[in-house]
Design a protein around this ligand. Structure first.
Ligand code: NAD
Ligand code: DAU
Length: 357
């Protein structure tokens, strides 16, 4: 079996579903179920013996040791993290704890487990660390896209904590020989995306007739990748990636935030027209994110050249599926909009910051 950490979050749950759709190899899913973890994402696996869920923390070394000894996974795919940049600005401590201390604890548990394996199992073992393009910092408008050798220049508490975790993973390979792989991916979107992030927030706010808060002037650029393409990239790297290497994963799809929001509005106008008028009337420019990175862009030629991976979705097909998924799953949306979610929205979007476009 494989051990997946953070498999109840956005990408982790998509990965677990995708993995079990492609293989019968069981998944041991370790997740602390923070505000971002949601077992309803995995409802379709209820009663499926291939999915074993454990509610626990990657900082708990004793638990990790017990799980590794009992289940003897052949690989660890490490998603568990605090993932939201804005939350890292309000409260960085949780990011240092999970992303740095948690990754360190997981690496140490993995190393102990791996060192005790017989030679053939040791050779086959993999630790795949899921990371982000944000570790590379911010690009100017004409800069070439991030390659794997781009210097690390993280600018937010979130990206600094992810950069730290990448460095630990690299060091555990060079120092101890732990067979690691690292992926650095661009912005994902798709089903089960928690509505604190740009695309799902715009969809759920628009449907509720609420303002669509665009930071600054809306011209920051991200490189968007459909989440199922990220899952296929991780499967590919796990199967054929060269140990000790990092692989950048991206959608070759740079867009400004304003373009993204307008695209979401246009799709909603088509699929769920609002008698009050076009959804773009709700676009509201708000105070910018402190230290807001201007542009991310991924050069994904290495993973294509070495491993033959390419995204299957264009942005046009992926965003249509995504908007349709949110329209089809109002109960999921209602369930994640708990009391804790409402508190976050009040902290992050105080009405004083909003001015109508
Ligand atoms: P998410 O916030 O949706 O999910 C994170 C999951 O980790 C949740 O289920 C949460 O309960 C769990 N978790 C948090 N702390 C934990 C702990 N201490 N122990 C065990 N579980 C814990 O995040 P996501 O968007 O799915 O991102 C997954 C990974 O991919 C992260 O490492 C993130 O840095 C990386 N990544 C995300 C994106 C993106 O666009 N979302 C892009 C590139 C890389
Ligand atoms: O690049 C990969 C990263 O993408 C991941 O590592 C992170 O885990 C993930 O959260 C995401 O980070 P971003 O900060 O790019 O994503 P977010 O959805 O928070 O914001 C996307 C852009 O939209 C960013 O430029 C900020 C802007 N934005 C965001 C929100 C939530 C707004 O304009 N308004 C908003 O309300």
């Amino acid at each position: 079996m494989i051990l997946v950490t953070g498999g109840a979050g956005f990408i982790g749950s998509n990965f677990v579903l995708d993995w079990l759709a492609h293989s019968d190899e069981p998944v041991l899913n370790l997740d602390a179920l923070t505000y971002a973890g949601n077992l309803h994402n995995l409802d379709s696996l209820r009663g499926d013996p291939r999915h074993v869920f454990v509610h626990g923390d990657i900082c708990d070394r004793a638990l990790l040791d017990r799980l590794l000894a009992a289940h003897r996974p052949r690989a660890i795919v490490h998603f568990a993290a605090e993932s939201h940049v804005d939350r890292s600005i309000h409260g960085p401590a949780a990011f240092i704890r999970t992303n740095v201390q948690g990754t360190f604890t997981l690496l140490e548990a993995a190393r102990t487990h791996w060192q005790a394996l017989p030679a053939d199992e040791q050779a086959a073992f993999r630790f795949l660390h899921v990371s982000t393009d944000e570790v590379y910092g911010s690009l100017g408008p004409q800069d070439p896209a991030f390659t794997e050798s781009h210097p690390y220049q993280p600018n937010s508490p979130y990206s600094a904590s992810k950069a730290a975790s990448d460095h630990l993973v690299r060091a555990w390979f060079h120092t101890y020989g732990l067979p690691v792989l690292t992926t650095n991916c661009s912005n994902n979107y798709g089903p089960y995306h928690f509505p604190e992030k740009l695309i799902p927030l715009m969809i759920v706010n628009a449907l509720a007739g609420k303002p669509l808060p665009v930071y600054g002037d809306g011209s920051n650029v991200r490189d968007w990748l459909y989440v199922k393409d990220h899952c296929s990239a991780i499967r590919t790297v796990l199967a054929r990636g060269r140990v000790g290497e990092t692989y950048n994963v991206g959608g070759c799809n740079e867009m400004t935030n304003l373009e993204i929001v307008r695209t979401v509005c246009a799709l909603l106008d088509e699929l769920r027209p609002d008698p009050a008028g076009p959804y773009s009337r709700l676009i509201t420019f708000v105070k910018d994110r402190p230290g807001h990175d201007r542009r991310y862009a991924i050069d994904a030629r290495k993973i294509e050249r070495e491993l033959g991976w390419r995204p299957a979705e264009t942005f046009a097909t992926g965003i249509r599926k995504t908007v349709q998924w949110y329209l089809d799953h109002p109960q999921w949306v209602a369930q994640v909009q708990s009391g804790a979610y409402r508190e976050w929205m009040a902290t992050q979007y105080p009405s004083a910051h909003a001015k109508v476009a």
